[in-house]
Design a protein around this ligand. Sequence first.
Ligand code: B12
Length: 305
Amino acid sequence: MSDSFSPKQIARALEVSESSVKRWCDRGLIEFQKTAGGHRRVLLGELVRFLKDQRKSIVRPQLLGLPAVREAQPASYTRSAELFTESLIAGDLDLCRQIILDLFLSEFSVSKICDEFIASAMEVIGERWECGDGEVFQERRGCEIVLVVLHELRRLLPPAAAERPVAIGATVEGDYYGLGTSMAELVLLDSGWNAASLGSNLPYETLASAIRQHRPRLFWLSCSHLPNREQFLANYAMLHEEFGLDVAFVVGGRELDDSLRRQMQYAAYCDNMQHLEAFARTALSLSRTGNSDSLVAGGSPQISS
Ligand code: B12
């Protein structure tokens, strides 16, 4: 399904008149593009931004390629989190998509959804596996569903402006945990960066090549499992020595305990995605106000993602 919609399609999904949608466009409340034939087209992310700002709801999201609204909404934030965890364990992709969409369209930021719904649910899955109450397939299926949900959230973000500074990140070799780096990409996109995750299990030499090639202002590492911590420290130190003056290194992940962090140099360590968002927004606003000491001052090369 295309990610841009005509006023007529939007009107049907919101159950309002087409002329209302056209009026919102013409008053500048919704940004739109014009086709060669002069018709208005609105990108999904821009529409979602408008709906969140105006606290309007989508009555028939299926018409925009989104999951249908649930009949009964959970009574509370805690209940939504429980329901998401149960649905993830049950492998119910559609319900997981619905819950996350509802949360995103209401008051929740991408970073909060990542920390308080997705990571928490994965933690429960891990505890169940540890206690022998959960199956490995449930954990693997949980990861697959989370990737779909993150991808869907990405579609809902406003379109990226061309002049954004670049951020890239990954997990290092031996670390197969992919969700943290995918979440970091999404949170940085949502915070105004041109972010791209390179994936998991990347050798250090290729990380260095990626930094040389894309010249990011921010480089993140998600560290969930480091089979050889001494080797990691040595390789990380080399990367930081080569690029740390020009690139803000931002690190996070369960493996980075106090003892490891004391031996590392970085611009920021973040406990979670909400901290990453706070750092990313501050760094970006410093660069916009032209602060020469800014972590992200300078040009803004583009990365295709
Ligand atoms: C899924 C999973 C896996 C999958 C991952 C698949 C994939 N495609 O990603 C796979 C199969 C690889 C796996 C393997 C193993 N796993 Co595992 N796994 C998990 C599980 C269930 C979820 C992890 C996850 O992705 N969570 C979602 C992420 C996003 O959340 P998070 O890690 O909490 O990250 C948060 C912060 O750390 C931070 N953050 C993370 N990255 C970054 C990056 C930046 C830049 C920033 C700023 C912040 C940040 O923000 C996040 C959101 O709040 C956890 C349970 C748990 N408690 O998390 C066990 C868990 C981590 N695994 C565990 C174990 C034991 C293993 C294995 C050793 C099992 C085995 N015997 O083979 C192997 C090791 C594999 C290896 N060599 O890497 C244990 C670790 C115990 C310990 N004390 O170390 C756990 C805790 C399960 C348990 N309860 O026992 N696992």
